[in-house]
Design a protein around this ligand. Structure first.
Ligand SMILES: [Zn+2]
Length: 222
């Protein structure tokens, strides 16, 4: 049995080996300046079908590096500060209603690869309970590398409703919104199942999609 002392040393060893996800500073998972960069500064983007998605952050610089570390490198501790950013954007969209948070489902292959579902994890770290009203129906291709039309075609029919809504209000939640094609498809499937999709919220929106000038200083920073 590990003693408390040995666990403390393991934690210490872990922290000593860690580097800040945002800037690479050693001996921390997230330094204070980078943590401040994760304060939500919500932006609104439009999906191909004209639905508004509120994103807590713009997917660039520190935010994009932290999200990649969570999604691609298994650094689930980052779900806490990122979940806090998401919570603020969800609260803005909820406006006092009791709409449940429905995560956009991740593909089965992504779940197998990671062992966790990023949107669900973020929702829990935002202090909410995910309502898993959707599931991934088919083995769709990874959306990365596809353009607007390709993404829309790729997601068509890729999601299924697991529950009947009977008019229940829900907020759709995704991690990163690129073109918004997945949000459109998820909203379509939920509405056909009888849910009232009152808002869509993402942790981050890619700057290409939202039309922001890319922050070149952020990419130059080490
Ligand atoms: Zn940092």
């Amino acid at each position: 049995m590990p003693t408390l002392r040995s666990l403390g040393l393991e934690t210490l060893a872990f922290l000593l080996a860690a580097t800040c996800a945002g800037c690479g500073t050693p001996e921390t998972l997230l330094c204070d300046p980078c943590r401040r960069e994760l304060r939500p500064s919500p932006v609104e983007v439009r999906t191909p079908r004209g639905r508004t998605v509120r994103a807590a952050l713009t997917y660039q610089g520190v935010a994009s590096r932290c999200i990649r570390r969570l999604k691609d490198e298994g650094e689930t501790l980052l779900a806490r500060p990122l979940g806090a950013a998401l919570a603020a954007a969800v609260a803005e969209s909820q406006r006092g209603t009791d709409a449940a948070a429905v995560p956009v489902p991740t593909s089965r292959s992504a779940f197998r690869r990671r062992g966790y579902r990023v949107p669900d994890l973020l929702i829990r770290r935002a202090g909410l309970r995910p309502l898993r009203a959707l599931s991934a129906a088919s083995t769709r291709r990874d959306q990365r590398g596809l353009g607007v039309d390709g993404r829309a075609r790729n997601v068509r029919g890729s999601l299924r409703a697991r529950l009947r809504g009977e008019g229940a209000p829900v907020i759709l939640i995704d991690d990163v919104v690129t073109t918004g094609a997945t949000i459109d498809e998820a909203a379509r499937v939920l509405e056909r199942a009888g849910f009232d999709v009152v808002a869509a919220v993402a942790l981050a929106a890619t700057p290409l999609h939202s039309g922001f000038p890319t922050d070149s200083s952020a990419t130059r920073r080490k």
